[in-house]
Design a protein. Sequence first.
Length: 228
Amino acid sequence: MTRVLVVDDEPQILRALRINLAARSYDVAVAPDGGSALRQAADWHPDLVILDLGLPDLDGLEVIHGLRGWTSVPIIVLTGRDGSAVDALDAGADDYVSKPFRIDELFARIRAVTRRTAAHEEDSTLIQVGDHVVDLANKTISGGVRLTPTEWHFLELLLRNPGKLISQRQLLAEVWGSGYEKETHYLRQYMAQLRRKLERDPAHPVQLLTEAGMGYRFQPSVSGSSGK
């Protein structure tokens, strides 16, 4: 049974999430603040953490840093503050949901990070993108598709984190370097190039997705979603 730790200082949210998670056969623990969340995580070793960023004792980012010091457990943050989701993603969170949120949206995020974790554990280097198979180990793509070194770096970062939203700032820092964190036009240009080479319909992508103002995501299973 998947163990989920829910961290929020609002009793009604804790109760609602505990009921809904338990109804879907998750094993649930709750924590009302950052300090107890870190202690609970260390003692219980959850498989997933749902974390509110606005806690009474510690900033949610501090909790993320505390967890990332010893575990790679998936973290989904709940946030009602503009811009805080980007900071959480850069700190090591896997995804976010904005308050107020729909419960079906949260469970979609849970399923996505669960799939990503399973894919990472399998450590597959052969990944289907559109009609092509990308071999990350040998840096080849079926059908004779060729990428530049920068395109490879960009694509590999997305493909090695399937389902995870990678922030613009993280992509720019990791692909181009720390001095390029405001050059978001680089991302739009290279994503357009990758879509032209890999997506079946580049104008309506279903796997190489954009979340406006936030970042980019590789969707491993084609389900009719689209992004521009």
